[in-house]
Design a binder for this molecule. Structure first.
Ligand code: PGA
Length: 249
């Protein structure tokens, strides 16, 4: 049985003062019926604060992105080793906002996945189609292309050590969630595609759903066979909503 994972992606939100309250409230709520593995991914500058406040809490933390390079002349970038310096366990890779706003290509996403995995971080690889692509019936082709790029670079076994997040781009931050069945169909497709190369990897890998997950739709999404948890944006900025989603497992 795969353990359910609930990861909060704060995106570019937060402040030292606000984070203190948010992190303490999440920490305080963990004893109360949360069995999922919980991860918080704040903006990089707040990772040290997060590490200090969550140390020993059982909650994990991670980065929202990393450089594919180890070190050197890459102004503004953060390496896998730097994330590990602050005990990050996870890192989000290839979020749709990185792909669209920072022109990250499938090849670059694959390099980042490899860099994270080699360093010992657990990559959370985001895949998902645009609305036009869904309407054109291209969802599976897009997701397959994004997935295959990573498998080609890192190998199928590396995928077993990571997490996949299916995030239909049209559902991110829009309030339009994929229906549980729509999400399940793509999750099953991802698992089948992995199974075609290695049945064990397909069975083992956690596939999260992301895109407008809220306390009132989390339980029905998490109940689907191939949905192993969620990547939560907006609702992870409010302790009560985030904890309600964690408890919906
Ligand atoms: P959302 O974001 O929950 O605000 O839709 C999800 C994400 O982008 O990871």
């Amino acid at each position: 049985m795969r353990q359910t994972l609930v990861a909060g992606n704060w995106k570019m939100n937060g402040s030292r003062e606000g984070n203190r309250h948010l992190l303490d409230a999440i920490k305080a709520g963990m004893d109360d019926g949360v069995s999922a593995e919980v991860v918080v991914c704040p903006p990089a500058i707040y990772i040290p604060q997060t590490a200090r406040r969550l140390d020993g809490s059982g909650i994990s933390w991670g980065g929202q992105d990393l450089s594919q390079h180890e070190s050197g002349a890459y102004t503004g970038e953060i390496s896998a080793a730097m994330l590990l310096d602050y005990q990050c366990k996870y890192v989000i890779i290839g979020h749709s906002e990185r792909r669209s706003l920072h022109a990250e290509t499938d090849a670059q996403v694959a390099e980042k996945f490899l860099a994270a995995q080699k360093a010992g971080l657990t990559p959370i690889l985001c895949v998902g189609e645009l609305l036009e692509e869904r309407e054109a019936g291209e969802t599976e082709a897009v997701v397959a292309r994004q997935l295959d790029a990573v498998i080609a670079a890192a190998g199928i076994q590396a995928v077993a050590g990571g997490v996949i997040a299916y995030e239909p781009v049209w559902a991110i931050g829009t309030g339009k969630t994929a229906s549980p069945q729509q999400a399940q169909d793509v999750h099953a497709f991802i698992r089948q595609r992995l199974a075609a190369q290695d049945a064990n990897v397909a069975e083992k890998v956690q596939i999260l759903y992301g895109g407008s997950v809220k306390p009132d739709n989390a339980a029905e999404l998490f109940a689907m066979t191939d949905i192993d948890g969620g990547l939560i944006g907006g609702a992870s900025l409010d302790a009560e909503s985030f904890l309600a989603i964690c408890r919906a497992v």
